[in-house]
Design a protein around this ligand. Structure first.
Ligand SMILES: *Cc1c(COP(=O)(O)O)cnc(C)c1O
Length: 233
């Protein structure tokens, strides 16, 4: 299958899932997770109409952003955030998923160029309580969300989740539903949020069933990842 065919197939699946789970048509966006994928594949996806891409590794991402600067692409940073990377992220991305500390959010806000629109951000919520994964616990969420929502050059859009991989649909759904509930709890406290960044190649149906508004899909679009994970990560 070509990248164009993969994208068409995914759009069709997303459309069916919106109907199946009574989600409004067009309520689920497709973010292409292009980390470790070569530029020619990203160009194929662009030709097929894809314009939102998610990257995890800053140096790799900056090379791609520079090379593809003549295309109108919305870049999302979906990798692990490190304090010493925030300036370049604030300067080159439209979205940052995975905020897990106030310090990172404060730096992104302070370093966002003043002539740019606010940086869209999501807070990473760790529901499966995995030690190695980043993200805040439910107990830490309200305080962090409150503070992030006050930062001048950030626009808090919602939550993201990267659950422990499992092939069991009801386990996937259960976790994603808890993320959706946490989002509702934040909204009940007065925050205006519109984004649930959840769902990857293996679990996006469960994520859509649980209210995802943005699925982050890599291998189902591009195939296996080709570029080595850089040492900087
Ligand atoms: C790599 C990655 C994805 C995409 O994963 P696939 O299994 O290739 O679809 C989604 N989200 C994040 C945060 C990732 O790092």
């Amino acid at each position: 299958m070509t990248i164009t065919e993969n994208l068409q197939h995914l759009h069709q699946q997303i459309h069916w899932m919106e109907e199946k789970y009574k989600r409004p048509h067009g309520s689920v966006k497709l973010l292409a997770a292009s980390k470790q994928q070569n530029i020619d594949k990203i160009e194929d996806a662009i030709s097929a109409g894809q314009n939102c891409f998610g990257e995890n590794y800053l140096q790799e991402a900056l090379t791609k952003i520079t090379t593809l600067k003549n295309h109108s692409i919305q870049w999302h940073f979906i990798g692990k955030l490190q304090v010493n990377k925030t300036r370049l992220i604030a300067q080159h991305f439209s979205w940052v998923h995975g905020i897990d500390r106030l310090k990172i959010a404060e730096r992104l806000s302070a370093q966002r160029p003043s002539n740019f629109p606010p940086l869209n951000v999501c807070i990473a919520l760790n529901i499966s309580q995995e030690e190695q994964k980043s993200g805040v616990t439910y107990d830490q969420l309200f305080d962090l969300a409150h503070h992030v929502s006050q930062l001048e050059n950030l626009h808090l859009r919602g939550l993201m989740a990267i659950p422990k991989p499992t092939h069991n649909f009801s386990e996937q759904f259960n976790i994603y539903q808890q993320v959706q509930q946490a989002q509702k709890d934040l909204c009940a406290r007065g925050l205006e949020l519109d984004t649930l960044s959840m769902g990857m190649s293996n679990d996006f149906e469960a994520a859509i069933a649980a209210g995802s508004t943005m699925v982050r899909i890599g291998t189902a679009i591009f195939g296996e990842r080709e570029i080595k994970i850089p040492a900087e990560s």
